[in-house]
Design a protein around this ligand. Sequence first.
Ligand SMILES: Nc1ncnc2c1ncn2[C@@H]1O[C@H](COP(=O)(O)OP(=O)(O)OP(=O)(O)O)[C@@H](O)[C@H]1O
Ligand code: SF4
Ligand SMILES: [Mg+2]
Length: 370
Amino acid sequence: MTRPAGDVLLEVTDLKVHFPIKRGIVIDRTVGHVFAVDGVDLAIRRGETYGLVGESGCGKSTLGRAILRLNEPTDGQVVFDGTDVAALKGEELRKARRRMQMIFQDPLSSLDPRQSVESILLEGMRAHGLDKDKEATQQRLRQLLSAVGLPETALRKYPHEFSGGQRQRIGIARALAVEPDLIVADEPVSALDVSVQAQVVNLLEDLQDQLGLTYLVIAHDLAVVRHISDRIGVMYLGALVEETDADSLYREPLHPYTRALLSAIPVPDPQVEDTREQILLAGDLPSPANPPSGCRFHTRCPWRQASLCDTERPQLREIGGGHRVACHYAEDIRDGRIQPHEVEPELIELTGALNPDLGPPDVGTSAEIL
Ligand SMILES: Nc1ncnc2c1ncn2[C@@H]1O[C@H](COP(=O)(O)OP(=O)(O)OP(=O)(O)O)[C@@H](O)[C@H]1O
Ligand code: SF4
Ligand SMILES: [Mg+2]
């Protein structure tokens, strides 16, 4: 579907979310920061599906949560339908939140086990004053269930009485109950059986067509977002490294990290599978509390060059046809002027205080652990 390029629903500019790492028994001292999201620019058009992929810990969920103000941004702007969400407070923030909903990875832990499906669906409607007329509310509940393919009898049941796929349908109905414009779906199918994943993906696509929804779909791997996304953004250590439409990304990935991610997806044709080039990345994902200098990917990049790579952070820049890449050498890689080479994994030193793996995600309690 082609849409006017200017019809942007969500615009994120230089967004940063830095979590303080605290230490101390009596007095909390901030001894460093986890740079979970560190300068993200992206725009999502109305009615579009934007897929966000990257390794575990690269900041995808934090970015999604910061867009909804579930994580407080440290810096930057989130403009939703012309309004800067970061500047909203109280009632205005609540109203904006109705228009942006989230679907979570684990449908069981995201649904209160003590609440019936009816009460789960009503909760959001009540909070936003959408349940005034009793008859209309009952009709709305029936509509919601039918939209996600569940029988009316589901209303009186509890989350544990459903399968994983059905629970995710309840999670989707809960998001739809408040009539949102944008849905941030954080790994919506990764906790489900493969056989059920396609059904839930198809449901999301059907609902988008019927209701004109805009999606930000977060996933670990490129295979999941490939079919559902209009455009895809690839994230590495808190920032986007590449962004383009889904077809171009698969046809001509330009960032070395995207190339490595794509080369890890098996090809069904055994002949192609045997001969295709696989790029194995050296070393682990560096800590977001102590990111490498210059290009954050330089410690693992097979195309790394002697100049610029470890000293200057590349900007995400357009190199034609809406394809954006954060690599100093994107054109040289594309045109084959530089070739990949072996990379010696660099040892990344983690001091106890700066190792986020030693601390819990909850900032408030990290002092008890460290
Ligand atoms: N509340 C928090 N306090 C401190 N650090 C946090 C907090 N939430 C996330 N982090 C850290 O920020 C980094 C990014 O986490 P995030 O959950 O956004 O990654 P992700 O890309 O969604 O990973 P996954 O694919 O595993 O879900 C990680 O290092 C994580 O430990
Ligand atoms: S800037 Fe250098 S290290 Fe970074 S991706 Fe490009 S070639 Fe690799
Ligand atoms: Mg996540």
